[in-house]
Design a protein around this ligand. Structure first.
Ligand code: 13P
Length: 253
């Protein structure tokens, strides 16, 4: 039995208007009526919805996270949002280094490391994403890529409390494709050993390792049962309460 409390987190990406409050309301209501013990639940909506969702969820156990932040506290950076602003809006965590930000905005591991440190500075938990592209995978480079990302994007001060690692193979995101459970186990075991070596057994061994990429209700139980998989980072299937509940329910004992 793992001593780590798993986390099922939804990344809404650039989806969601104010009316989607109904979905998170439905999610909260269902979890209240039919609780799933021993699992944490989080929704990371677009920045526009962080504050209303955090206010809506303040009396229940669903946490709200941001999807990105600027490394600095404030300043002349039009369009950017700081970790402190997300904290002020009620977020408790921020996703940094998602592959879509790496691809769309040219984010490097060095920048992602700065964003993770900004997240901690604001008192929030950094969900740091790693994962290989299809090309890298086809050359057998998965573990090399993930190790390099862990080395350069995860700052030295990472602890089991302030950091969550999300392994998201780029080729599995939004495609309906997933790695085999053997492949997920291989990568997660490797991530765990790298983290234990660098941060020690308490912090490296206690950090949550999420799997992300085409997680849905029909494959969640299998993926979540893999050793060293401590939850999921879910895109498309987190937008509808019923779909997301199906994933959370894979933790029902
Ligand atoms: P999908 O679940 O839509 O594949 O997205 C995964 C993801 O990118 C979560 O951050």
């Amino acid at each position: 039995m793992s001593r780590i409390t798993p986390l099922v987190a939804g990344n809404w990406k650039m989806n969601g208007m104010r009316e989607q409050a109904a979905e998170i309301g439905k999610l909260a209501e269902s979890l209240e009526k039919d609780p799933v013990d021993g699992v944490d639940v989080m929704i990371c909506p677009p920045a526009t919805l962080v504050m209303p969702f955090a206010e809506l969820m303040k009396d229940n156990r669903i946490e709200i996270g941001g999807q990105d932040c600027h490394p600095l506290v404030s300043g002349a950076h039009t369009g950017d949002i700081s970790a402190e602003m997300l904290a002020d809006s009620g977020a408790t965590a921020i996703i940094v280094g998602h592959s879509e930000r790496r691809a769309d905005h040219g984010e490097t591991d060095a920048l992602i490391s700065e964003k993770a440190q900004a997240t901690w500075r604001a008192g929030l938990v950094a969900i740091i994403c790693v994962g290989e592209t299809n090309g890298q995978r086809s050359y057998g480079l998965t573990l090399d890529v993930v190790r390099r990302q862990l080395k350069n994007a995860v700052p030295d001060g990472a602890t089991a409390q302030n950091t969550i690692i999300a392994y998201e193979p780029v080729w599995a995101i939004g495609t309906g494709l997933t790695p085999t459970v053997e492949d997920v186990k291989k990568v997660h075991d490797d991530i765990r050993s790298v983290l234990v070596e660098r941060f020690g057994s308490e912090n490296g061994g206690g950090m949550r390792l999420l799997y992300g990429g085409s997680v849905k209700a029909s494959n969640a139980a299998e993926l979540m049962s893999v050793e060293n998989v401590d939850g999921a980072l879910v895109g498309g299937a987190s937008l509808k309460a019923d779909d997301f509940l199906g994933i959370i329910n894979s933790y029902k004992s």
